[in-house]
Design a protein around this ligand. Structure first.
Ligand code: GDP
Ligand code: GDP
Length: 455
């Protein structure tokens, strides 16, 4: 499905290019240089809080002489409006309305393309006058914006959403994170194993690699050299081969480190692992159970937004296995209230039990962690969730929740729009986050919710 098209219209110097650049960000503008196509339009792929669209900037009349400007603009704008889903009509809130703005307003009123009025340069107080004046153009509430400073983008999202909602592309396995880097789910899974000294990390890595590449031993914290090992895991169920990049953080450690510092080192290792990994496996020792420091490492991993799996190692020597498993499960749910139902697996690095399940779980979790739900599907779920359990009404006045959007992936981040959101109880936020997890396929993924109060 092609992206919906948003066209920026306005007289020269109101900030159209600045807005275009802000919406396109670091992405390359697609220059349309097909023969016969007008040169004076710029196309870019825009991304605004989870909304994707093609943005078109109609520049190119700056060189025209004053007298011919209105006619030329009209011609260009009419051409550009063909095929547009919505027009962003930009005025300069500092300069106030000009006859040219009014002229543009007149022919936009004749068009069938919906118009969102944007009062740009609205930062500070200097734009107030132009903002109020712009109501006279007859396009309803203007969206106050500062394209230069990036203010008002959430309001712009809210104004655009009703026009673009049902035209959003469906989920694709290619995701773009906030740095604009593309991630391909067939790329190597970046996996790290962390845990207290002696939990069996090196033994586990060796077992996965099925060769004694790393050195292991009975003393805690033995040195390893390698930091990242690339290998291919074969899924025993399907025979499929999948690349893994295993990060061995303990390998960064120097040989001479003394034992009493090792507990601290486990935390430092976890920090390194978080920097590198998509999925972090926290390895527990079945002979010791879940200890305070494990919880500390686990919440650190989740706070940093990484996908987390807990594996209880040395299952071959576990006593009272089911009691141990249930005890760890309960302690995790109690100690890590932010993510219920983390994957908890029993493994033995020594016998190889459970290792394939562990890697499979890591791939599955990465997929969920990288996923984006289209805004339209998300809001269908959202309307339903609100109908089932309406937001509270503190002081008799109901809190209005308007839209929700997934603004990012890896980890998934959602933005909730509404009014009086500062009064929204955390229990209700939890209700929404749990619903997103359970009903939209983000089980066991750290999900973030940001509140955006609309004007
Ligand atoms: P265009 O001709 O409509 O494409 O306008 P430009 O994007 O080239 O911007 C014209 C001028 O307005 C430039 O000097 C920008 O730096 C400035 N400008 C753009 N957006 C803002 C804004 O939000 N606030 C202020 N104060 N200036 C802005
Ligand atoms: P690390 O400090 O976390 O890298 O732990 P090591 O891999 O060096 O293992 C510490 C000790 O636990 C070694 O003596 C291993 O042989 C032992 N060990 C590791 N995995 C298992 C396992 O699955 N079962 C049993 N019984 N012992 C294990």
């Amino acid at each position: 499905m092609a992206l919906p098209q948003v066209i920026i219209i306005g007289r020269p110097n109101v900030g159209k290019s600045t807005l275009f650049n802000r919406l396109v960000g670091k992405r390359l503008a697609l220059v349309d240089d097909q023969p016969g196509v007008t040169r004076d339009r710029r196309f870019g792929e825009a991304h605004l809080l989870g909304l994707d669209f093609t943005i078109v900037d109609t520049a190119g009349w700056e060189d025209e002489d004053e007298a011919s400007l209105p006619g030329r603009m009209r011609q260009q704008t009419e051409a550009a409006l063909q095929g547009a889903d919505v027009a962003l009509f930009v005025i300069d809130a500092r300069a106030g309305l000009t006859p040219l703005d009014e002229e543009i307003a007149r022919y936009l009123h004749q068009s069938t393309v919906p118009v969102v009025l944007v009062a740009n340069k609205a930062e500070g107080k200097a734009g107030d006058h132009g903002l109020f004046e712009s109501y006279a153009l007859g396009f309803g509430d203007p969206v106050p914006l500062s394209a230069e400073h990036g203010q008002g983008m959430a309001d712009l999202f809210e104004a655009l959403l009703p026009h673009l909602d049902d035209k959003q592309p469906e989920f694709e396995p290619f995701e773009t994170d906030e740095d604009g880097e593309e991630h391909d789910l067939s790329a190597p899974l970046k996996l790290a194993i962390v845990g207290r000294p002696n939990a069996g990390k090196s033994t586990l890595i060796n077992a996965m690699l099925r060769e004694d590449r790393l050195l292991t031993g009975p003393e805690a914290g033995i040195t390893r050299d390698s930091i990242a090992v690339d290998w291919t895991w074969t899924d025993p169920a399907s025979g499929e081969q999948r690349p893994v990049r295993l990060i061995d953080t303990a390998g960064m450690r120097k040989k001479a480190q003394v034992t009493d510092k090792l507990e601290k080192l486990a935390v430092a290792d976890a920090r390194h692992a978080i920097d590198f990994a998509e999925v972090v496996v926290l390895l527990l020792d079945a002979t010791r159970g879940l200890e305070h420091q494990d919880l500390k490492i686990a919440s650190m991993v989740l706070e940093e937004g990484r996908a987390l799996i807990i594996a209880i190692n040395k299952w071959d020597v576990a006593e009272n296995a089911s009691g141990l498993y249930n005890g760890v499960r309960a302690a995790l749910d109690e100690g890590l209230a932010q993510v219920r139902g983390l994957p908890l697996l029993a493994v033995s690095a020594r016998t190889g039990k459970g290792l394939d399940d562990l890697i499979k779980a890591a791939f599955d979790l990465r997929a969920a962690w990288s996923k984006r739900v289209p805004t339209s599907a998300l809001n269908r779920w959202f309307d339903d969730a609100l109908a089932k359990n309406p937001p509270p009404a503190p002081g008799g006045k109901r809190i209005k929740l308007r839209y929700i959007t997934q603004a990012k992936t890896r980890p998934p981040g959602f933005v909730l729009f509404g009014t009086r959101l500062d009064e929204l109880p955390t229990s209700y936020q939890r209700y929404l986050v749990n619903g997103i997890r359970r009903e939209l396929g983000f089980d066991a993924v750290p999900v973030r919710l940001t509140l955006r109060t609309a004007k």
